[in-house]
Write a protein that binds this ligand. Structure first.
Ligand code: AMP
Length: 217
């Protein structure tokens, strides 16, 4: 049984954390466009060079770059056959329409769009205390989930850092961009009957439980 899910919600809603849990349970590909972009920046690819200034400013990377990226990622066997959890894509109505086209070409359809809801204050609190592993992407928090050894990833031993765009000024910009450009997708998926709202401040298993009930019908 494979699942094909979009995770929606503002930065700090817990999309990455929920996606990791869903991946573990359903063995679907966790496709985080933010992680793919950060890998490109680290490797100094042309996409990375282009994306960096947008990311540092908390702005969105142009749609055409993101659509090409997701098309090539979804065509890989793990996602095409085993299902996927999209974390951070789509972020604009143009990207959502492109995703529909790509899935239609592949003969696939989405099972659900799960919206993780948190307040702006909670998002800022979470993001400013978030730390991530530069190597494997594991997510930590200096208040709620510390590494065993300061600055060292429990999973892979990589170095755990604060993302440049998790500084408070940039966080506020990212929340504004979410409200202006991404929140119209809530109605987009509601109109298709695919939207499921989950309280992102409650149990961190909430999205997985919602998905279980959707898949069970
Ligand atoms: P995230 O890790 O999902 O918070 O993404 C980090 C940054 O990568 C965002 O603030 C954007 O600059 C960029 N980004 C990630 N996904 C997208 C997307 N689907 N469209 C445009 N920009 C994106």
């Amino acid at each position: 049984m494979s699942v094909r899910v979009v995770l929606l919600g503002p930065p700090g809603a817990g999309k990455g954390t929920q996606a990791a849990k869903i991946k573990e349970k359903w063995d679907a590909a966790h496709v985080s466009t933010g992680d793919i972009l950060r890998d490109n920046v680290k490797e100094g690819t042309q996409t990375g060079l282009l994306a960096k200034s947008y990311m540092d400013a908390g702005r969105l990377v142009p749609d055409d770059v993101m659509i090409d990226m997701i098309r090539s990622r979804l065509s890989r066997g793990d996602a095409a056959k085993g299902g996927f959890i999209l974390d951070g894509f789509p972020r604009t109505p143009t990207q959502a329409a492109a995703l529909d086209r790509i899935l239609e070409e592949m003969g696939l359809r989405l099972d659900a769009a799960i919206l993780l809801e948190v307040s702006d204050d909670e998002a800022v609190r979470r993001l400013s205390s978030r730390r991530v592993c530069q190597d494997c992407g594991a997510i930590y928090n200096i208040i709620a989930r510390r590494t065993k050894e300061e600055g060292v990833c429990d999973v892979c031993g990589g170095s755990v850092i604060q993302r440049d765009d998790d500084q408070e000024g940039v966080i506020r910009d990212r929340l504004m961009v979410y409200r202006e450009r991404t929140s119209p997708l809530i109605d987009y998926y509601a109109d298709k009957g695919l939207l499921h709202r989950v309280d992102g401040t409650r149990s961190s298993d909430a999205a997985m439980l919602t998905l279980e009930s959707i898949v069970a019908g």
